[in-house]
Ligand binder design. Structure first.
Ligand code: HEM
Length: 140
């Protein structure tokens, strides 16, 4: 009986944690615009260390990439921004990005989120939003 009460108590606690994090928009959980900028800077840094992904960015205008990526994260996380960059299919078309490249870039993002100490639950909320873009990015 004691065990059942313990399990129920833990379940209720887990639900309330979930509810409070769901009430906070992901944009807020990411630290709003300044948090998203910190994340984007850390992401760009990780890309520079990544031998699989870095060659793709040799000729990229990093200032533009930073601006557009920040807008995109801000918009999809529920922040007050409009993404003004190119569509995912258009921008990644012709790059022949495969699963390995895609996974490597996602891993760079995870390392960036770890580097700025974002909680795992917040990391997962962002990753869930980015995952469906995979189909528009690989083998284009
Ligand atoms: C969920 C995954 C991804 C997201 C959300 C994403 C997002 C973006 C965004 C917002 C831009 C800027 C668009 C613009 O300038 O209008 C961009 C550009 C770019 N992305 Fe991705 N991307 C992803 C995956 C990848 C992968 C896997 C690669 C290659 C390994 C890649 C390579 C690039 C490159 C090279 C550019 C710059 C293109 C240029 O120089 O014009 N991206 N991406």
């Amino acid at each position: 009986m004691k065990f059942i009460i313990l399990v129920l108590t833990l379940l209720i606690a887990a639900c309330s944690v979930n509810q409070s994090s769901n009430h906070e928009s992901l944009y807020q959980a990411l630290g709003a615009t300044s948090g998203i900028e910190k994340l984007t800077d850390a992401f760009i840094e990780q890309i520079q260390y990544d031998p699989l992904v870095m060659p793709y960015f040799f000729e990229t205008d990093v200032a533009r990439f930073k601006e557009k990526f920040m807008e995109q994260i801000c918009e999809i996380s529920g922040g007050p921004c409009n993404y003004t960059g190119d569509g995912m299919q258009d921008i990644h078309g012709g790059m022949m990005i495969n699963e390995n490249h895609f996974n490597a870039l996602v891993n760079d993002l995870i390392l960036a989120m770890e580097a700025i100490d974002l909680p795992t639950s917040t990391q997962n909320r962002l990753l869930v939003l980015l995952a469906p873009m995979r189909e528009d990015i690989i083998y284009r």
